[in-house]
Design a protein around this ligand. Sequence first.
Ligand code: ZN
Length: 341
Amino acid sequence: MRRPFIVFALLLACGVRAQPIPLIDTHSHLDHAGSLGNLEAALQAAVADMDRIGVRLSILLPPPQVMSLRAVYECDALQFAARRHPGRVALVGGGGTLNPMIQDTAPEAVDEDKRRRFRALAEQVLGCGAKGFGEITAHHISHGRMGAQHPYEWVPPDHPLLLLLADIAAEKGLPIDLHVDLVPADMPRPDRPGFNPSNPAVFKENLAGVERLLAHNRKANIVWAHAGTDPLLTRTPQRQRDLLGRHPNLHMSLRPGPGGPHPTFALDPQGTLKPEWLALLRDFPERFVLGSDQFHPPYPGARRTPAEGYDNLRRLIDQLPPEAGRAIAHGNAERLYGLDR
Ligand SMILES: [Zn+2]
């Protein structure tokens, strides 16, 4: 009587599938649409998004802001979210205080007084219960879809305050969530309609500085955000493989947004994980986490970032071998950010 056995096996298989691997999204934002009063509504939309694809926990972080923005905010403005949804929301901080100070301070102007002030800001961030420092940037391109005010930001990746942040992160055992649009050699600004005119005509080389930052303190875990969709098309699988091989404290968060044919996109236009990316994730399964970069909109339906990009977190994990899938979906994030299992 083989048939009952087959039915049982099928049921078992379905049962296993009914419990998908829980996801941790280490990098998402609440979109306040210009007014911090909208954060509440954005949180509701975030939780609905999380439930839809099985995100067990989201790390919310303030974007890498500059002081000239209208509504600059730090992790204390997000504490209500972690209190309301314990176990489902955690915080990373520094994008509203540490990052503006890094952007506003010329490297040669960093003296003992500034270092003391920077340390004090880092302590304030820890007062939010932050599980890491972010979103911090050394190079951030201004995108039209994020609005005209979306800042262009550039500092050398080995800016003395970034080196200091690496030392503080190492002392505290907390990771840094770092946004760096990578420029391996000086390049003219690509002619793309999505780039705001505030971007400079030439992007300056920053790869060597990124490597100096990584080498500065090996105890500082750096999570380089936005692998898998890259506006400059410079983060090829091979280049990332080389960097992961050379820098044991380098990690990356995957933003598997809408796919594309260029090698820097992890997914192809049909949503299939490309072989070179699968090989990279299989070879370094302990070095990747998920980081959607979703700006959860304050009002359901008012999406600025396509839902498809968010849903691709699940699509990507489902295409990995189970062990690597569990590590990248949640295990590595639990370890790096010190989250409860
Ligand atoms: Zn970013």
